[in-house]
Design a binder for this molecule. Structure first.
Ligand code: BJW
Ligand code: ZN
Length: 252
């Protein structure tokens, strides 16, 4: 069954002069990437973020943290973009201006053909030195994904531990990407928020900023999202079903 998408929502997306697409882990769920906070299937149902997703945890036990991220980097090689990623790339091609902002640390938007993706929480694929921040490119992981402790490589410049290029709790978001994301949220006429729990700050402010600036805001999520403004909508369903409908009507 097709969800009922109001015509005003279709119009707001398809006639947007500047559309912002803001994505979270839910957009990659149908590719087989685990979300964080889904009750039974999310990563945080199985693993403790305080032991894995903070700089303190890395300093305490670099091998445990590095091994966990290497496991997730290896899993990423096994998955493919889904129809929602592809529909987003299509919207970027056909609309006059689209800013794509993601909280995701995967590269599935890029692999689906999206360009200029603003990664607010970094990337699993951009490791850098914990001490001097120098990038430390790595070959794709060989073999099957295994969840085990692994000593991180050493920085070739200063000898520090190499860390995942993601943003951990308590760390600043990349300044330029965040500034560009906030500017886009404040100047767009429509914002599509897809597959995020909206719990992690400061990224969570982005849909509210767009609403306050007068944009139509549309949430896509299997769970209902509370709406607070007249031009705010919650479309309940998986991204893989709803986003292609919103992007429909154009040929690839
Ligand atoms: C589907 C679906 C389908 C399922 N289709 N949908 C202000 C207020 C309160 C707290 C703070 C605040 N300011 C700062 C904080 C602290 C903290 C924070 O926000 N904590 C809250 C959790 C309470 N923020 C920070 O620490 C940030 N830094 C910062 O603010 O620096 C300044 C500062 C420094 C020092 C002191 C104070 C301030 C950094 C946040 C970094 C977040 N990092 C992570 C981990 C990245 C690395 C890794 O991958 O391991 O980023 S946490 C994790 O959450 C990850 C995600 O990007 C992020 C957001 O999660 P997301 O994408 O929303 O996923 P889920 O799982 O939560 O939701 C999935 C959704 O999809 C659900 O709704 C499903 O229903 C839905 N779904 N299937 C569509 N098929
Ligand atoms: Zn270094």
């Amino acid at each position: 069954m097709h969800p009922d998408i109001p015509q005003s929502v279709m119009d707001a997306v398809q006639q947007a002069r500047h559309l912002v697409i803001f994505t979270g882990a839910g957009v990659s769920a149908e590719s087989g990437v685990q979300t964080f906070r889904d009750a039974l299937t999310g990563l945080w149902a199985e693993f403790d973020p305080a032991q894995l997703a903070t700089a303190d945890a890395f300093m305490r036990d670099p091998a445990q943290v590095w091994g966990w991220y290497e496991w997730r980097r290896a899993l990423l090689l096994k998955v493919q973009p889904n129809v929602a990623h592809r529909a987003i790339a299509r919207l970027q091609r056909v609309l006059p201006k689209v800013t794509l902002i993601t909280q995701n640390v995967d590269d599935l938007h890029e692999r689906a053909g999206s360009s200029a993706v603003l990664h607010l929480h970094g990337s699993l694929l951009a490791p850098r030195c914990f001490d001097c921040a120098r990038p430390h490119p790595l070959a794709p992981p060989a073999g099957e994904p295994v969840q085990q402790a692994v000593q991180p490589p050493r920085c070739s410049s200063c000898g520090g531990h190499v860390r995942p290029g993601v943003v951990w709790f308590g760390e600043e978001l990349p300044e330029r990407a965040l500034a560009a994301a906030f500017a886009a949220a404040q100047s767009c006429d429509c914002l599509l928020s897809i597959g995020t729990s909206g719990l992690v700050h400061p990224a969570a402010l982005i849909p509210t900023m767009a609403s306050r600036a007068g944009a139509t805001v549309i949430h896509v999520n299997p769970d209902p999202v509370p709406v607070r403004h007249a031009a705010e909508y919650s479309l309940q369903g998986p991204a893989g079903l709803i986003v292609p409908l919103l992007a429909g009507g154009w040929l690839d």
